[in-house]
Design a protein around this ligand. Structure first.
Ligand SMILES: [Zn+2]
Length: 146
């Protein structure tokens, strides 16, 4: 075999490796996007009887309360995420991992629902009432982050 042919074979092998790597990378991104979509369709529910959290993906046409794996009955209600926290200096801050709270109305209780973590009132679609970015930055700075 001539050196030229060996070189050709080597470069084809290199191209083949690159193609396989590219396919692998593409597959990785496709899989990752699918997982993200899966997570997006899944939200946290709380069983009104056991007060345990569970992940549930709402199906088209499904109504609240949903079937709770804790009771085996329709006692699951969507949890509201509270992203607030009380900072050591007494100010309100932002946390990235919410505390999940079951609204009082789902438990047949009157009055505002208060977050057990920070004491702030939790309302339907609570996660949309996020602290302003400036407050998040303050919280991050207070926590010693960058
Ligand atoms: Zn809270």
């Amino acid at each position: 075999m001539s050196d030229k042919k060996k070189q050709d074979r080597a470069s084809w092998a290199a191209i083949a490796v690159l193609v396989i790597l590219a396919a692998g990378v593409a597959l990785f991104f496709v899989m990752r996007d699918t997982e993200a979509a899966d997570r997006a369709g899944t939200r946290v529910f709380i069983c009104a009887e056991t007060l345990k959290e569970f992940d549930h993906r709402v199906q088209p046409g499904e109504h609240v309360p949903v079937l709770s794996p804790e009771t085996g009955r329709a006692t699951g209600y969507p949890a509201e995420g509270c992203f607030w926290t009380k900072l050591p200096n007494g100010e309100w801050g932002y946390k990235s991992e919410p505390t999940y709270v079951l609204l009082n109305k789902y438990q047949g209780k009157d009055g505002p629902t208060l977050c057990p973590d920070c004491g702030r009132e939790v309302v339907p679609h609570n996660a949309q009432k996020l602290p302003k970015r400036s407050e998040r930055d303050k919280a991050r700075a207070a926590a010693g982050g960058s």
